[in-house]
Design a protein around this ligand. Sequence first.
Ligand code: ATP
Ligand code: MG
Length: 203
Amino acid sequence: MSEEDTKRQPRRVGIMGGTFDPIHHGHLVAASEAASLFGLDQVVFVPAGKPYQKDDSEVSPAEHRYQMTVIATVSNPRFVVSRAEIDRTGPTYTIDTLRDFRDHYGRDTELFFITGADALGNILSWNSADELFQLAHFVGCNRPGHRLDDAGLPPGRVSLVEVPALAISSTECRERVRKGEPIWYLVPEGIVHYINKTGLYRH
Ligand code: ATP
Ligand code: MG
């Protein structure tokens, strides 16, 4: 990498991991608030390949989830989408993604891993939990129905932040589509159209 390229590297990068099946406004608000509160130059959305905590048959094809994430983030110049996890074979582990990002951006870039309260509560059960906190600063966002708590997490490596509470989940969006109920305003308009066009979640 030339010196010019190094200068252009964003210095504070957020990482928003998720299944995004489908992406909804809860994800987007959490990412936007974290970007504003921590002065992030960029937030990279990383759709999971095969989330190891979720049953294969329950998760939509990665390419659909990737496309929806691109559509939902296109209007925000700071939001980008990474194929890192969907192009990796085998189960998805966040530790592999953080190592990739650390290698890609180098030591001078600070990484901020953004999660909702439910995911934050599970982190200690993730692969290589100790190393996760060395590679990134964790930003835990409140989420309706979940307690936002950093008990047991390493001090100084986690920030708890208050974001506008949106009681939206992908599970509920999928259920609504299956039952023929509207998902307007829970997800971006383009996602409503994408789901209608592809027939996702109807069965
Ligand atoms: P599912 O119901 O399929 O698990 P989900 O709505 O939980 O979907 P995920 O893709 O599992 O969405 O979540 C990705 C990340 O976004 C997680 O860190 C999760 O905690 C966070 N998140 C999801 N929805 C919200 C929300 N409404 N408010 C704040 N954070 C959220
Ligand atoms: Mg979830």
